[in-house]
Design a protein around this ligand. Structure first.
Ligand SMILES: C[S@@+](CC[C@H](N)C(=O)[O-])C[C@H]1O[C@@H](n2cnc3c(N)ncnc32)[C@H](O)[C@@H]1O
Length: 319
């Protein structure tokens, strides 16, 4: 049987919107070639062991496992991001946050980046790849996600400029950042989702009855996490812009909607509201990023309650 025959048969059975693409990616993986090389050799008959591997991969796809989990990798911002079922598969629409951050750019900005709910680390590594002089911190409540993010940063040669820690949002942080990125969970509890999405971690998806619980927890922290002149960029779900903007206003912040390629508001670019400079300049003195004010506690643990105020202490937490 040729590669073309195998692809035709698999694509007819695979669920979802991209059955042919899925089949090509799985067959290329089973044979051990790139998708481009596979397409050039469609009339070749793959070896028997490659066919057996392909059939096992297709069986997983027929059980609605996403291709990214089967292959262990997903491209984001043209970077190969390793994924496991411990992390959300990065979505193309989240690239809207990086595009919006690039539009905020000015010389030497941002020097420091925070990614809240980092998951695979996709947003942080994408941002660090754009700003080669920047240093970044990724936090997640999930220990397993932090391990994946750290591995991604290292694999992409960005490990020296990234630190990762386990924290309940910014609870463990006392530093301020030029750019704060966050793609929090925003799906309503009980929402009916595609069976593929059921493979992804519930903690990365659901945020209470109206999908806004994570914003309620995060937004009150943003003012103290943003450096003077800083920006925060939050991803939002369909129909959530007005509710999140109202929440921001209650905390002295303004959020400007940014559309994605489908022209839906996908992110809010957030700044301190006029007349609320106190928010960005307040806080404890000396807790600007890079100013060592708190000694590492030496415990190697870094969770909510133990605030991180300096690079020194992040060294303790990040490795
Ligand atoms: C929608 S996923 C985003 C992952 C990644 N940033 C991306 O864009 O692909 C949300 C992430 O927030 C994390 N998360 C949920 N609740 C959290 C909390 N209270 N504190 C920190 N992280 C949390 C989840 O574990 C998950 O990794």
């Amino acid at each position: 049987m040729t590669a073309a025959d195998l692809l035709r048969r698999a694509a007819a059975a695979i669920p979802g919107e991209t059955p042919r693409l899925d089949a090509e990616l799985l067959l290329a993986h089973a044979i051990g070639v790139t998708r481009e090389a596979l397409v050039l050799g469609l009339s070749d008959p793959p070896a028997a062991d490659a066919i057996a591997r392909f059939e096992a991969l297709v069986a997983r796809r027929l059980a609605h496992e996403p291709v990214a989990y089967i292959l262990g990798v997903r491209e984001f911002w043209s970077l190969p991001i390793a994924v496991s079922p411990a992390v959300l598969i990065p979505r193309p629409e989240s690239e809207t946050l990086i595009e919006a951050a690039l539009r905020c750019g000015r010389a030497g900005w941002p020097a420091t980046i925070l990614d809240l709910g980092t998951g695979s680390g996709a947003l942080l590594v994408a941002a660090l790849s754009e700003w080669p002089g920047a240093f970044g911190v990724g936090v997640d409540r999930s220990v397993a996600a932090v391990a994946v993010a750290r591995q991604n940063a290292a694999a992409l040669g960005l490990g020296a400029r990234a630190r990762f820690l386990v924290s309940d949002w910014g609870g463990a942080l006392g530093a301020r950042f030029d750019l704060v990125l966050a793609n929090p969970p925003y799906v309503e509890a009980g929402a009916r989702l595609a069976p593929e999405i059921a493979h992804e971690p519930a903690d990365a998806l659901f945020a209470g009855a109206d999908g806004l619980d994570a914003y309620r927890a995060l937004v009150p922290q943003l003012g103290r996490l943003m450096a003077p002149g800083g920006r925060a960029i939050l991803e939002i779900g369909a129909g959530q812009a007005l509710a999140v903007q109202a929440l921001l206003r209650r905390h002295g912040l303004e959020g400007e909607p940014v559309p994605d390629l489908g022209r839906r508001p996908r992110a809010l670019v957030i700044r301190v509201a006029d007349g609320r400079a106190d928010l960005a300049s307040g806080g404890e003195p000396g807790k600007r990023w890079g100013t060592a004010t708190a000694p590492g506690d030496g415990s190697g643990r870094c969770v909510a309650g133990g605030r991180v105020a300096s690079v020194d202490k992040l060294e303790t937490c990040g490795r």
